[in-house]
Design a protein around this ligand. Structure first.
Ligand code: AHM
Ligand code: MG
Length: 336
């Protein structure tokens, strides 16, 4: 860690200057989003004392029961972002449709997408959760329904990141110039740069998958995991470790930090809906971070970032992390 603390604002100004493009609106937008993440972090930190645990008694568009903190986090992000003047519209995993910035506020040139609280099954058991976000440019002359403006491939993202609410709160961010990690200094209330240019090792000995779905997996995934489980005496010639937090943010954070492969593949249970995880709120931002860190992200059949979305709440199979492992799983899907 640098001796003199580098705060998020200073980092963004210098990073943009170094790469020859000042984008003040994007910087301010990132600051607003991360300020909302600090508020979410405080609410989560209060736990049972804040009266925020448990079910909200409502459901989202995907038919999932919402937790109080899902709703609260969504409200915090909406409220923080609607008046800033940097956005044209927002979309959230927890809301049925994309929302235009209300009439009374100025409009900006960006679109914001977020999963306000990822891994919400972990809230009531005090295990790490996170907020994932993605920023796209709003089309200059939008035509058709609002949703269409959002239906851009992940390669078009100008920024992606997440906040991880763990033992410490961290912000992991890319604006297309590598992946950088900030840690929340709770006393100062500021994100401080703690790691620049995160890189994922190309090889790994760790995988992350919900193994209770094994009987539903397709043959290529079964083969890959069987080979890992065979250890030193199997075709891979080495032992593998396994980790599954069931918060994508936590699992992907571990992989960004020390390598590994994260999988929520297509299986018999999720096939009808195209996969479990959401393309625009989860897979795309995480894929941008993973690729920016030198890793790879695939559905098994194609690069996630190249997918042209058909709808806002689209789901996709996800295989991401250490490059050589992701390529191996993709080659098994291709019949290799
Ligand atoms: P959520 O956004 O509703 O919390 O769902 C997404 C989560 C991911 O964070 C995690 O990887 C996965 O769902 C866990 O699924 P499972 O409970 O099937 O293991
Ligand atoms: Mg989620």
């Amino acid at each position: 860690m640098p001796t003199k603390p580098v705060f998020l604002t200073q980092f963004l100004i210098e990073e943009m200057r170094e790469h020859g493009e000042q984008m003040p609106d994007l910087r301010l937008l990132i600051e607003v989003v991360t300020r909302a993440c600090k508020r979410i972090s405080i609410a989560i930190g209060k736990g049972a004392l804040g009266g925020v645990l448990g079910e909200a008694g409502t459901g989202n568009i995907q038919g999932e029961a919402q937790k109080k903190l899902d709703v609260l986090s969504n409200d915090i992000l909406m409220e923080a972002n609607e008046w800033g003047g940097h956005l044209a519209a927002l979309a959230s995993e927890e809301m049925d449709e994309a929302v235009m910035i209300p009439e009374q506020f100025p409009k900006g040139g960006y679109l914001l997408l977020f999963d306000p609280l990822d891994g919400s099954s972990n809230i009531d058991v005090n295990i790490s959760v996170g907020t994932i976000f993605s920023v796209l440019r709003a089309p200059r002359r939008p035509t058709g329904p609002l949703e269409e403006s959002f239906l851009q491939a992940g390669t078009q993202q100008v920024c992606a990141g997440y906040a991880l609410y763990g033992p410490s709160t961290q912000l992991v961010l890319t604006i297309g110039t590598g992946v950088h990690v900030f840690t929340l200094d709770r006393e100062l209330g500021s994100f401080v740069l703690t790691q620049r240019d995160l890189r994922i090792p190309a090889d790994t000995q760790e995988f992350s998958i919900n193994a209770s779905n094994a009987r539903h997996w397709e043959a290529p995934v079964k083969r890959y995991i069987d080979e890992c489980l065979a250890g030193k005496d199997g075709p891979r010639g080495k032992d593998f470790n396994m980790r599954w937090v069931a918060s994508m943010v936590s699992d992907v954070h571990r992989i960004l930090t020390r390598g590994g492969v994260f999988m929520y593949p297509l299986d018999a249970k999720t096939k009808a809906q195209g996969g479990k995880l959401r393309l625009m709120y989860e897979a795309n931002p995480m894929s941008m971070l993973i690729e920016q860190a030198g890793g790879a992200a695939s559905t098994g059949r194609e690069r996630i970032l190249a997918i042209k979305p058909g709808k806002l709440h689209q789901r996709v199979p996800v295989i991401m992390g250490s490059k050589n492992e992701v390529e191996r799983v993709a080659s098994y899907h291709a019949g290799g």
